[in-house]
Design a binder for this molecule. Sequence first.
Ligand SMILES: *Cc1c(COP(=O)(O)O)cnc(C)c1O
Length: 353
Amino acid sequence: MDIKIIKNSTPKAKPDQNSLGFGNYFTDHMFIMDYTKGIGWHDPRVVPYGPLELDPSAMVFHYAQETFEGLKAYKAIDGSIQLFRVRDNLKRLNISNDRVCIPQIDEKMMFEAIKTLIEVDRDWIPSAPGTSLYVRPFVIATDPYLGVRPASTYKFMVILSPVGAYYKEGLNPTKIYVEDKYVRAVPGGIGFAKTGGNYAASLKAQVEANEKGYSQVLWLDGKERKYIEEVGTSNAFFKIEGKVYTAPLEGSILSGITRDSAIKLMKDWGYEVIEQRMTIQELKDLYEEGKLEEAFATGTAAVISPIGTLGWNGEDMVINESRIGELSQKLYDAITSIQYGKDEDKFDWITKI
Ligand SMILES: *Cc1c(COP(=O)(O)O)cnc(C)c1O
């Protein structure tokens, strides 16, 4: 693939590495490639970061035909640049694309796009502890048309955002609200796809949970409204009498790459990890019996997020005295050590660029 590079002639000043936050700053360049039905993907290019000009009738604005991914590039301790499980993210983007009728994109082509863009903007990768460069590939439908059908033109793009350490002073247990009014996904729906509609559907629940003093929601299944699914944009795990439980991948939850990494590590350490449906009532009963030892969520942004409180039915379950669990801490340390090149990459998760 021949990627054309047009350099930004007015690069921006880099932000302070100690106050990056998440998703606030963008680098000097972006990657764009177009799709036209009958031609395929064409014109791959790195261009100066900036606004797009799109027809107001572009289909993505009206019917949300779009997909996205999120992964991180790390400045390793030896100074090299490491991507974590990038092949899995690109595979998942094509799974999402298939669900919303966006044409498949060659995974090698997407990798070249990400690699080239990061090389052009490599000075933007922060090096302060816990920081990284968040990579956001996405696809949008661009036909100027108001009928409902799959588009025949698209843009695949990649933007980069230097992001801060999620936790400045160690892992911070969160307060999570068990959502019993709104649902995120239903069997046969789009829950397993990283596509905009899922997030639009989740906002109201998040806002109402925030108003009640919780930071995120734990979703229950959309059909019977009792099986535990996932937490906001992360997957949920519960340690019960030494065994670890998480929801199975049955189409309504996102197949998290951090989820998979955590499962592989825990199995390697000898834990029994059980992917099985569990109702919120079952979890509450186990909590009452003193058997719920730890709860945590997994996702690219925070890696591991201990759950300190679960609010359900007007009562709060306070888990592990709202302290960071031993397993949560161990997983966080193990995954981040691989990401920053401090530990051996025994699962072949790292791609150096
Ligand atoms: C992205 C996402 C996750 C976590 O996936 P990772 O690959 O671990 O980042 C979990 N749930 C939802 C709904 C998501 O969008």
